[in-house]
Design a protein around this ligand. Sequence first.
Ligand SMILES: [Zn+2]
Length: 145
Amino acid sequence: MFAVILCSGCGNPRMIDLTSTASRCPRCGKSVEHSRAKIHLRSEDQGELRAAMWSLNSTPEFIKDNKPKKTSSPDPILKLQRDFERISDPEQRLSHVADSLCAKSGHFTKDDIRTVFPDTFEDILKGMLELGIVFEPRAGRYQRI
Ligand SMILES: [Zn+2]
């Protein structure tokens, strides 16, 4: 059985596996005991829960109340990392990442993507190339197709 909870640290909706007793928020690192978490929806169907998370995410007032107040403009790297977590469709989120990385100069490098996704950039790049989202006109340089 799975469930959607709102992280008590950052307000991020996330899916938990109720067969385990606790988990850590990937966004803010706060550890939550599942017995104490406020459960919004539980289901065996992870797709249904993802849809629910999406709807929680698109309700700004609901999330705002749970988020620590921040006045500075959002860090573009953090924003992209959040967008990546938020978009469930793999092709859509890789396209979004490619668009964002290409926004400034029309291309991006391996270092650019490593800055945003230090642990998973290899997989992300591979996915982008396999899905035909970007191509590599020069070694280590990627452009949107
Ligand atoms: Zn959190």
